[in-house]
Design a protein around this ligand. Structure first.
Ligand code: SF4
Length: 154
């Protein structure tokens, strides 16, 4: 089961996309210096087909991508919702996971972008060249291309 705290259009989380970022609660990671500790609690509305329809009624025409921000408490449901979003709306889909490895329930064909890695303050987030986090673009042949460098200013 996935629940969401809020959602917003963002421009920097996925390069070249106008993304509706849906912030999922009940994060299991508890990273020290977490930027969003309010996402640790098991609160919010269900992120299911019914509520996604309500959200996309207003936002579908304004976005190119929907990214599920979190959801490591239920990767199987992340995978299922991504497949549904792609099939129903033809949207590109992203997932921001705090896991170090990709969960076994995830089928890459349901995603266009996947970020993995917990937040480690001394290494920094995606904008820091020292980061442990990686953003992958999923290519049509199912391979993952590391595009983390797109966040770095030259
Ligand atoms: S994965 Fe993100 S939301 Fe979860 S504890 Fe770490 S920084 Fe916070």
């Amino acid at each position: 089961m996935l629940k969401f705290y809020n959602y917003d259009i963002v421009f920097q989380e996925i390069p070249d996309e106008v993304t509706l970022a849906v912030n999922i609660t009940h994060c299991p990671h508890r990273c020290p210096h977490c930027h969003s500790p309010f996402l640790w609690e098991d609160t919010g509305e269900l992120f299911n087909e019914e509520n996604a329809r309500l959200i996309l009624k207003d936002y579908r025409d304004a976005i190119t991508c929907l990214s599920i921000m979190g959801g490591d408490n239920d990767p199987k449901e992340v995978n299922r919702m991504a497949a549904w979003l792609k099939e129903t709306y033809g949207l590109k889909t992203g997932w921001y996971s705090g896991n170090t490895e990709l969960a076994s329930d995830i089928e890459l064909k349901n995603f266009d972008y996947i970020k993995i890695g917990p937040y480690i303050e001394k290494l920094g987030g995606l904008k820091q060249k020292t980061t442990n986090q990686k953003l992958y673009k999923i290519l049509p042949d199912g391979k993952k291309e590391d595009i983390t460098f797109r966040f770095w200013k030259t």
